[in-house]
Design a protein around this ligand. Structure first.
Ligand code: ZN
Length: 469
C-alpha cells in the first residue's frame, strides 16, 4: 500500500516512507486548556485521528506512536484562572482551570470517536527538556539572554521562514509581532520569560537567577523531542498554527539538533467557517464541541467533518449536520446487526491518497446500496463477504458506525430518559388489558408509550417496539 501525503513544507504530495516502519511517529499540537474547545479545534483532532487509524492499518497498531500535547502553562490560562477564582492563590486556581478543561476535552474528543493518542504529555511535566533545548540554543548562538528573557534570534537562522514562505515584512505584519525592549529584532520570539510573584515558575535556564516559565513554541519542540526523537515522520496541526507556531518549532528544533528538518512531513488542515462566516466570539457564532454534542451524536459531527477534504476550507452548517445524520441513519440501517469483516481496499486506497475522505465516503454509498440488496463483495480476491459486514468494517476504519444496533437503541432510550424494562412492563400491562377486553386501558397505554416515542408493532408473534426517529 503506497501512502501519499501532502507536505506543506515542500508544497507537494509525496510518497510517505517512514524513518522506521516499526515505529511510525506523529506529533500533533494539542489544546491550551483554559476554555472549552471550539468546533474549529475539533477538525485537526478528527483528521489526525483518521490518519492515526490509517497508519495503524498500514503499519500495524503497535507500530505507530502518536503524540498530542496538552499546553497547561500559558498566559491565557493565568488570566482565566485569576478571573474565575479570584479568591484562590493563582497556582491553585490554575490547577482547577486546567484540570477541569482537560477533563472536558477528553470527554468531548472521545465522544467524537477519536482514539486516545499514544502519549499525551503536559507541558508542565516537560520543563526540564525545555531548559535543555534553550541552553543548547544559547550555546549555539541561536538564542540570547536579555532582561531575564531568553529570545530566539531569527537572524541566526539563514533559512527561517521556509514553511510559511512569506517574506519577513509580511510575517511581521501578519503576526502582529510584538516589539519589546528585550528584543534585538522584532521577529525574535520568546523561549523563556521571568515569572512575577505568584505566577507559575520553574528554575530558569541560561544562568538566569529569577525563576521563570517557558514560551509556547518551545513546549512543542521539547515534547516532540522527548517522545519522538530529533527527527520524526509527521507533524500536524491546523493551518492557523503554520505561522508563527510551526515556523518557530522548526527553528528551535533544527538549530538545537543541527538537523536539516524537524519532521519529514508537515500536514495542515484548512480553516473552518460557520454558516459562511468566520467563527468569532464577537459574531456570536462561536460553537464549542461540547454545545454541539448536546444537539448531535458525536458520529454525526465526525462524519460531517470528513465530508470535506481536510486541506479545503470547511463550511460548518446545520444543514450539513442534518444531512450527515441522515446518511448515518441509512448506513446503520444497511448494516443492521452485521459484525465487521474487513475494510474495502478501494476505500483504504482513497485514504492513502492524502486522506481523500470525500472519495472514501462515496464508496461507502456504493457498499450501502449493495448491502441493502443483501449483496456480497470480493475483498482482496476472496469472495463471499457480505457487503454489510464490509461496509461496517470500512466505516469503522474511519471511526464511524462503531455502535451496534442494540447500543444505538439504548442510546436513543437514554437520550429520552427511558428504561427498556419500563417499556416492557407497559407492553405486558397492555397485553393483559387487551386479553381482558379492556380496550380503553390498552389504548391509554399505547398512547402513553407513543408519548415516550415508542412505536409498537403488533403481529401474530407478539408485540415488538422501536424508538421513533
Ligand atoms: Zn505545537
Amino acid at each position: 500500500m503506497e501512502l501519499r501525503l501532502y507536505d506543506t513544507l515542500t508544497r507537494e504530495k509525496r510518497v510517505f516512507t517512514p524513518i522506521d516502519p516499526a515505529n511510525v511517529r506523529m506529533y500533533v499540537c494539542g489544546p491550551t486548556v483554559y476554555d472549552f474547545a471550539h468546533i474549529g479545534n475539533a477538525r485537526p483532532v478528527i483528521i489526525f485521528d483518521v490518519l492515526f487509524r490509517l497508519l495503524r492499518h498500514i503499519y500495524g497498531a503497535d507500530h505507530v506512536t502518536y503524540v498530542r500535547n496538552i499546553t497547561d502553562v500559558e498566559d491565557k490560562i493565568n488570566a482565566r484562572a485569576a478571573q474565575e477564582y479570584p479568591d484562590l492563590p493563582l497556582n491553585e486556581a490554575i490547577r482547577k482551570v486546567t484540570e477541569k478543561t482537560e477533563r472536558q476535552y477528553h470527554e468531548d474528543v472521545a465522544a467524537l470517536g477519536c482514539l486516545p493518542p499514544t502519549f499525551e504529555p503536559r507541558a508542565t511535566e516537560n520543563v526540564g527538556e525545555m531548559r535543555t533545548l534553550i541552553d543548547r540554543l544559547v550555546a549555539s548562538g541561536n538564542a540570547y539572554v536579555e532582561q531575564e528573557h531568553v529570545l530566539f534570534s531569527v537572524a541566526s537562522m539563514p533559512d527561517y521562514g521556509k514553511l510559511s514562505k512569506r517574506p519577513l515584512d509580511e510575517m511581521i505584519a501578519g503576526a502582529r509581532v510584538e516589539v519589546a525592549p528585550y528584543k534585538r529584532d522584532p521577529m525574535d520570539f520568546v523561549l523563556w520569560k521571568p515569572s512575577k510573584p505568584g505566577e507559575p515558575a520553574w528554575p530558569s535556564p541560561a544562568g538566569i537567577k529569577t525563576p521563570g516559565r517557558p514560551g509556547w513554541h518551545i513546549e512543542c519542540s521539547a515534547m516532540a523531542w522527548r517522545y519522538l526523537g530529533e527527527i520524526f515522520d509527521i507533524h500536524g496541526g491546523g493551518i492557523d498554527l503554520l505561522f508563527p507556531h510551526h515556523e518557530n518549532e522548526i527553528a528551535q528544533s533544527r538549530c538545537a539538533f543541527h538537523t536539516p528538518v524537524m519532521a519529514n512531513f508537515w500536514m495542515h488542515n484548512g480553516f473552518l467557517q460557520v454558516e459562511g462566516e468566520k467563527m468569532s466570539k464577537s459574531l456570536g457564532n462561536f460553537v464549542t464541541i461540547n454545545e454541539l454534542l448536546s444537539d448531535w451524536p458525536g458520529e454525526v459531527i465526525r462524519l460531517n467533518m470528513l465530508k470535506t477534504h481536510y486541506r479545503q476550507p470547511i463550511d460548518w452548517t446545520v444543514r450539513g449536520l442534518e444531512e450527515s445524520a441522515n446518511i448515518l441513519e441509512k448506513f446503520y440501517h444497511a448494516v443492521g446487526d452485521e459484525v465487521p469483516s474487513c475494510a474495502y481496499p478501494e476505500v483504504v486506497r482513497q485514504l492513502a491518497d492524502d486522506l481523500n475522505t470525500p472519495n472514501a465516503l462515496a464508496i461507502l454509498f456504493v457498499l450501502e446500496a449493495q448491502a441493502l440488496r443483501g449483496g456480497q463483495t470480493t475483498v482482496g480476491g476472496a469472495e463471499g463477504y457480505s457487503s454489510a459486514s464490509v461496509l461496517k468494517a470500512t466505516a469503522n476504519l474511519l471511526g464511524l458506525l462503531v455502535e451496534t444496533a442494540s447500543m444505538r437503541e439504548s442510546s436513543r432510550l437514554k437520550a429520552r430518559g427511558i428504561e427498556a424494562s419500563r417499556i416492557n412492563s407497559l407492553i405486558d400491562a397492555r397485553n393483559s388489558a387487551r386479553k381482558a377486553k379492556n380496550f380503553a386501558e390498552s389504548d391509554r397505554i399505547r398512547d402513553e408509550l407513543a408519548k415516550m416515542g415508542v412505536v409498537l408493532k403488533d403481529s401474530k408473534d407478539g408485540t415488538t417496539w422501536e424508538i421513533a426517529r
